[in-house]
Design a protein around this ligand. Sequence first.
Ligand SMILES: NC(=O)c1ccc[n+]([C@@H]2O[C@H](COP(=O)([O-])OP(=O)(O)OC[C@H]3O[C@@H](n4cnc5c(N)ncnc54)[C@H](OP(=O)(O)O)[C@@H]3O)[C@@H](O)[C@H]2O)c1
Length: 331
Amino acid sequence: MQNLFKSLVIEENPDGSFSSSIKKKSISDLPVGELLIKVSYSSLNYKDALSVSGVKGVTKSYPHTPGIDAVGIVEHSETEKFKIGDEVIVSGYDLGMNTSGGFGQYIRVPNKWACHLPNGLSALDSMVIGTAGLTAGLSAYELEKLNGIEDRKAVVTGATGGVGTFAIKILSILGAKITAITSKKDCKGFLKSLGADKIILRDDFLNSVRKPMNKGTWEIAIDAVGGDILSGLIPSMKYGGTIACCGNVAGPNFEASVYPYILRANRLIGIDSAESPIDKKKKIWNLFGKEWKMNDLQKLFKSVSINEIMPEINKTLSGNQIGRVVLNHKQ
Ligand SMILES: NC(=O)c1ccc[n+]([C@@H]2O[C@H](COP(=O)([O-])OP(=O)(O)OC[C@H]3O[C@@H](n4cnc5c(N)ncnc54)[C@H](OP(=O)(O)O)[C@@H]3O)[C@@H](O)[C@H]2O)c1
């Protein structure tokens, strides 16, 4: 075990701004926990970008190392559930929020946050999927129970982002007919290659919506955007349709009337991956290793070193990220 390790550290400056640097931290700087894990890969999620920006709803105190996802090898364990050398995934709970996260080469966490890397999934693939994929997976899991997915007319928003990309991939594997809503004119080919049948540009969608009731077009929706896009989706669902609401890149507030609920029996359900019970997370990770196995993940991500992560974080904050970014600690 090496005592000093590299970490991205975010600090709050006296003028209230935030700055980032790569620092050497010591294992003794890490919080208490039963598992010490040498992180091989982490991934970049929108929440990490908020933590880097000093959003106190995500991270209350600084200096801090973000990274809500990590996969790695157990180097010290105080529980029989995990042995030294086990390969484990940790995602969500408090990791990277107020607990030093995967943008450092080591994490120490409670054992109840970890699960074994499932058969059929490599460490790298698990971080290509990461929290974004897990969230898309949880959304699809709930929609399958409520409406079914095969042959359903589905819509995915924020389509080129992390959640959107995996939402399209999973819904496509499960046989839905998918419309992708995106702001990026030049990404139609990418979205088709994921499995989207139809692509609508964000502004065209927003201009087409009539409120309080629009033409009922979709049976299921995965919405990672919120704001005015969600306000437009709510009146656009078919009778009995369900929207899985999982993100807020366009803002936390939306407009709605009761009509879609009382005239079309629509449902708006909330999805949270961070505090999801670990057994449910395991179920979704296992699906990614078997029924949802994807053999083309290499086209969905770019791999960066810790020295290259800041420009990617800025791209995420400006809404210009496409697919997923994996932080490779061996790079
Ligand atoms: N509920 C949960 O447990 C959970 C877990 C993970 C993430 N999330 C949330 O899900 C959202 C997406 O996360 P992500 O990791 O997929 O982020 P991401 O990779 O940055 O993707 C977000 C995508 O949303 C679209 N977008 C960005 N800014 C927008 C704006 N102002 N208005 C409309 N669309 C915009 C863009 O796609 P297009 O250009 O293709 O439209 C962008 O690529 C975030 O709000 C995140 O906090 C929630």
